[in-house]
Write a protein that binds this ligand. Structure first.
Ligand code: ARG
Ligand code: ZN
Length: 854
């Protein structure tokens, strides 16, 4: 049944208190729940407790067993006469058969939970909705040898032996919370412990819990946690509020991590790191996710969501907070470039495809399908635009107001925007359209100049393409940062302006412009839009050399590259001279750091090039990109070798400058290989063998894996044997091959799907092979359609184990409208085959059927 935002009604019953008693065993766990329930208004409706699958063993009301309960659509319905009662239920569940990884499940011999969004109902009967806030007391009993550590939310209040080889522990969480924030863990775990003292003097005992062998890999996460706690005090005035903060890392996890109150549970890939096994990208992602989950303690837990349509209230805001945190730890410009690249790779395709939805959607069949780049990353851009319009002081005043006013409540996106208006003193009436309209706005900008009068005129127009269910859209408020530069002097003409484009068309005039102006627009990516300008290749090259906003410099270079690549894809050839000159100039600019240079000289991805074209021609795009790579490699071979040698000797260190060097080194290696240089494979293999860190080793492997040299097989074997006992590194072994640019990638991937280390039961492994392959534009979309069939086969099999993770991998098949009719027909046929599969989950049904219809 579809759930609609407009149908929201406050709960009929609240549950101020719960006592949970879990008798833990992987094969059979007994859950006793005691709920204090209170009728919220003068209605006569029964108590309805959500459930999923399980049957109650007993139901008591006010201490007396009853029989007049019933199960309706998996929910337990209990008729009640009074306005307050005590309900006791007992159920049995089997964590070791829980392959969906929602509710209580087993991972690596330990037991853990994942309840967001609707997993708690798989543990016990309860009103599983975020506007029911409850105080939890949790008692766990388990075998002491197998599960020596028992953790839950809040503070530990007691523990002891039960005599029969079992033991118990009890935890109380003083903060009322929705059940999606419930968590418990039972396992054989050890902790990296540390202390954080909050600014008002509270001593917080921090623990990061892992298997004993993984303990040495937790240092980076602990540091990131302490840095995040301090940052939230300094930047948002938010302090931690319990005496204990625990994180547990597990190998089997549907998502990145979960912000359960006082007991975060993480996918181990976002905790475990050392130089030998984790790349710089992994280190950065760990810090970002640790920060993200920690920041949820305020933006998510202290202030939670009224209903799941408000998901972006906590996720968009928290992503914005973690992005700002990461920007403060290193190069803010490079962080912004990475975030925009991610937005374009993951969110723009959502906006332009059949699954397009607003950051506050109107309806869903399965809420798990709405944990999307739109809700998270576009949601973050919407918060960022408000922060830009308000300015730092007013934005802080507005967030203070928000936290203050809604602390302890379940709030809405509208509540947040109202605080922005009140705290910031601005009117956001029209801006609210960002919450309801899906799609990426397109802005066209054209600058003209009359040398005689010294007047320049900028014509701006915006349009919003239609999306499924939203044929006509209204103009949005677009905060655009812009600046002009003189083409002769390369000096700024006036200072940066923030303009708010709110009409379909507007004009802005500049006076006393004495030399030809060049337009720099959407600086810092101030609005998440697509800008179309008539700037020439020469002007883009000029900006890539002279703009004083690093993001705008990067953007000018990207646009220049894109124009060249699209030309090449359409006509089979293009003039590469302007790109080569601009890249040469960037490589030799002494004011730029390595990390920025590495970003700036990297060509846009195949799929981003495809997004610029009316119809995606994967082979033509691949050839155009390879041709430009080869020409850049050849023309600038000496510079690539100089950049490579300049970065080569450095010993491993995790610092912004060392990271930048490693990044540039691998980018340079890629261009040396693209040039066809005879020593490229031995250079790569040398780097592979000599590396003292995973960034260099995987960078070299990536280069080899797309080529034909004999070193490719050798490196893959060495890599596999060296890391065969490390699941996270084996994931890299799978994904690096799935992303290969070789012609036989599908054959390799099909073979890998039969490898003894491949399993669909582990989400990281499934994503490493199937997920990575399906974003390899050329391999996935090969003309035979076999790529589509392979992915559909895998997803049908995965759906039987884990619908949530399977459904997340549908979108590449849903892009059929963007391809020629032959490919489109084959993609639709696979989607139809999925929809027709007996016993299909509603997760998959929703994604696949919307992909067909949209
Ligand atoms: N709230 C978590 C986070 O963003 C993610 C939970 C994902 N849950 C889900 N059902 N997909 O940090
Ligand atoms: Zn989150």
């Amino acid at each position: 049944a579809v759930t609609r935002r407009e149908d929201y009604r406050p709960p009929d019953w609240q549950v101020p208190e719960i006592a949970l008693d879990l008798d833990l065993d992987p094969a059979s766990t007994r859950v006793n729940a005691t709920l204090n329930v209170v009728r919220t208004s003068a209605h006569d409706r029964p108590l309805v407790l959500d459930g999923a699958g399980q049957t109650p063993l007993s139901v008591k009301v006010d201490g007396v067993a009853i029989n007049d309960w019933r199960i309706e659509e998996d929910a337990l319905v209990i008729p009640l006469s009074g306005s307050a009662h005590v309900i006791e239920t007992e159920v049995e569940i089997a964590p070791d058969r829980n392959t969906q990884l929602m509710g209580l499940y087993a991972s690596g011999g330990n037991l853990c939970t994942q309840c967001e969004a609707e997993g708690f109902r798989r543990i016990t009967f309860f009103p599983d909705r975020p506007d029911v806030l409850t105080r939890y007391k949790v008692r766990m009993a388990a075998d002491k040898a197998r599960f020596p550590v028992l953790l839950a939310n809040g503070d530990p209040v007691g523990a002891g032996d039960l005599g029969d080889g079992r033991h118990w522990a009890e935890w109380h969480d003083p903060y009322p919370k929705p059940c999606y924030l419930f968590a418990m863990v039972a396992g054989d775990l050890v902790a990296n412990r540390a202390t954080f003292i909050t600014r008002s003097g509270r001593q917080v005992a921090l623990g990061i819990w892992v298997r004993p062998a993984d303990l040495p890999k937790t240092a980076h996460a602990i540091e990131a946690l302490k840095t995040s706690m301090k940052w939230d005090e300094d930047v948002y005035g938010r302090e931690y509020d319990l005496d204990v903060f625990n994180i547990v890392a597990v190998d089997d996890f549907n998502f990145g991590a979960m912000e359960n109150k006082g007991l975060n549970i993480f996918n181990s890939r976002y905790i475990l790191a050392d130089a030998e096994t984790a790349t710089d990208y992994d280190f950065d992602a760990i810090a970002a996710v640790v920060a993200h989950e920690y920041f949820h303690n305020w933006s998510g837990n202290r202030v939670t969501c009224r209903d799941w349509f408000q998901l972006s209230l906590k996720e968009g805001f928290t992503v914005f907070r973690d992005q700002s945190f990461s920007a403060d730890q290193g190069s803010a410009a490079v962080k912004r470039i990475e975030d925009v690249r991610g937005l374009r790779a993951a969110q723009f395709p959502e906006d332009s495809g059949p699954l397009a939805h607003a950051i506050r959607p109107d309806a869903y069949l399965e809420i798990s399908n709405f944990y999307t780049a739109t809700i998270y990353n576009k949601g973050a851009e919407v918060i960022r635009m408000m922060a830009t319009m308000l300015g730092p002081k007013q934005f802080r005043a507005a967030t203070d107001l928000y936290f203050d006013r809604f602390d302890g409540t379940a709030a809405t996106c509208e509540d947040f925007v109202a605080c922005m208006e009140e705290g910031g003193g601005i009117d956001l009436t029209q801006f609210r359209l960002w919450y309801s309209q899906a799609g990426t706005p397109r802005v066209s900008a054209s600058l003209t100049h009359e040398p005689g009068s010294g007047r320049a005129v900028l014509k701006l127009a915006q349009r919003m393409p239609p999306t499924p269910g939203q044929p006509d859209k209204k103009p949005m408020v677009l905060p655009l940062k812009l600046k002009l530069f003189g083409a002769e002097t390369a000096q700024p003409i006036g200072s940066e302006q923030l303009i708010l484009l709110s009409d379909a068309e507007e004009q802005i005039s500049f006076e006393t412009v004495t030399e030809r102006p060049v337009l720099s627009i959407n600086r810092g990516f101030s609005a998440p839009v697509i800008v179309e300008t008539d700037r020439s290749a020469a002007d883009l090259a000029f900006l890539s050399a002279h703009d004083d906003d690093p993001f705008a410099r990067y953007e000018a270079m990207q646009q220049l590259m894109l124009d060249t690549l699209v030309e090449g894809a359409k006509h089979g050839q293009a003039d590469h001279a302007a790109v080569i000159a601009a890249v040469a100039n960037t490589l030799q600019d002494p004011h730029l750091d390595s990390a920025f240079i590495a970003e700036a000289v990297l060509l846009p991805s195949d799929s981003f090039i495809g997004d610029q074209m009316a119809l995606v021609d994967p082979e033509a795009i691949f050839r155009a990109r390879e041709a430009l790579r080869r020409d850049l490699g050849r023309a600038l071979e000496a510079q690539w070798r100089a950049a490579y040698d300049g970065a080569r000797a450095a010993k491993f260190e995790y610092s912004p400058s060392a990271k930048g060097q490693r990044r540039l080194k691998t980018v340079a290696l890629g261009y040396i290989a693209a040039s066809g240089a005879v020593d490229a494979a031995s250079l790569a293999f040398g780097q592979f063998e000599a590396a003292d860190n995973m960034t260099d080793r995987q960078g070299a492997l990536t280069t080899l894996v797309s080529g034909n040299a004999p070193e490719r097989i050798a490196a893959l074997d060495i890599f596999y044997n060296r890391y065969s006992d490390n699941a996270l590194v084996l994931d890299k072994w799978f994904s690096t091959q799935a992303l290969s640019a070789r012609d036989d990638t599908l054959a390799m991937v099909t073979e890998l799907a039969r490898h003894r280390d491949f399993t669909l039961a582990n989400p990281n492994r499934a994503r490493a092979l199937v997920g990575a392959f399906s974003v390899n534009q050329r391999a996935f979309n090969q003309a035979s359609g076999e790529g589509y069939r392979f992915v559909a086969d895998q997803l049908i099999a995965l759906d039987k184990l884990n619908p949530q993770t399977a459904a997340k991998l549908i979108p590449p098949l849903g892009r059929w409208r963007r391809f020629d009719e032959a490919r489109a027909a084959m993609m639709r046929a696979e989607l139809e085959r999925i929809v027709a599969t007996p016993g299909l989950s509603k997760d998959m049904f929703e994604q696949a059927s919307r992909s067909l219809a949209g």
